[in-house]
Design a binder for this molecule. Structure first.
Ligand SMILES: [Fe+2]
Ligand SMILES: [Fe+2]
Length: 271
């Protein structure tokens, strides 16, 4: 399968760059499945139902979230009627929505999409390592799912790499999100799981992790907040990871994707 994962969409510049390029990427690369992290899509904070529909319209098969999942209160309600919207699986019992979704690809393949949050320098949540074991035992790769895509939303590079190794051989992809900066360590782990510590954001890089730089600079230098965080004006860069899997669901090729804005461009050479 040809799979594309796109990192945290931040505000309008992120939505624009996805809407501008994803339909063409989907067509030109004959993509079988696309996952987009949408936790910052609404003005940098959370997601609305209209934006969720927009991302599906642009070519996403599933949308994952993170610590900002419910910043827009309407998400607490519409997530129940949004079967392709996935929030962290280790949120407390009783949280609306789902932490994993088995989604049918256009070619009929069954793809398990899991969203999980790390705990280092983040809110205290259930153990993500135990939680992913439960998900993978309930829906094993090659038996119940043709591909398994895990968005590990975490701060610490160490926790993200440990989580990748923990899942190695049991998932097609473990990709980090949340830090909004792409790392250069994309690779296939020994067991056949594609991995990248963080895939970066789809958003404006001339800012501070997607936000206009003025307010973060004020808070770092003066310790006095003066206004709300607003997304940087753009232009946005599309940032993600391209993965090809074989009949067993293991990864056989992985490459970063970067288009537009301020980062050096990158496209997979194998498609
Ligand atoms: Fe984010
Ligand atoms: Fe986040």
């Amino acid at each position: 399968m040809r799979i594309l994962f796109l990192g945290d969409v931040v505000g309008r510049p992120g939505r624009h760059v996805v809407a501008e390029h994803l339909p063409r990427l989907r067509r030109d690369f004959a993509l079988d499945f696309v996952v987009v992290n949408g936790e910052n899509a609404a003005g940098g904070f959370g997601i609305t139902e209209a934006i969720y529909e927009e991302l599906l319209e642009a070519g996403a098969d599933a949308v994952t979230l993170g610590n900002h999942a419910f910043d827009q209160r309407e998400a607490l309600v519409f997530i129940e009627r949004a079967p392709r919207l996935v929030r962290p699986a280790n949120f407390p019992k009783g949280t609306p929505g789902r932490g994993a979704a088995l989604v049918e690809a256009q070619n009929g393949a069954q793809v398990l999409v899991v969203n999980m949050m790390g705990r280092s320098f983040m809110d205290p949540l259930d153990d993500p390592f135990a939680a992913i074991d439960r998900e993978l035992e309930a829906c094993p790769l090659g038996l119940a799912a043709d591909a398994i895509l895990i968005d590990f939303h975490a701060e610490a590079t160490s926790e993200k790499q440990a989580f990748g190794h923990w899942c190695d051989g049991r998932a097609s992809l473990v990709v980090g999100t949340h830090t909004h900066v792409p790392t250069a360590d994309h690779r296939i782990l020994p067991g056949g799981t594609a991995f990248q510590t963080d895939t970066g954001m789809c958003g404006a890089y001339d800012g501070v992790i997607g936000m206009d730089k003025e307010e973060p600079l004020r808070r770092f230098t003066r310790k006095i907040g003066a206004s709300r965080f607003e997304p940087a004006a753009g232009p946005g860069t599309l940032a993600g990871l391209a993965v090809e899997t074989d009949a067993t669901g293991r990864a056989v090729a992985v490459a970063p994707v970067r288009i537009g804005g301020d980062l050096s461009p990158a496209l997979p050479g194998f498609w």
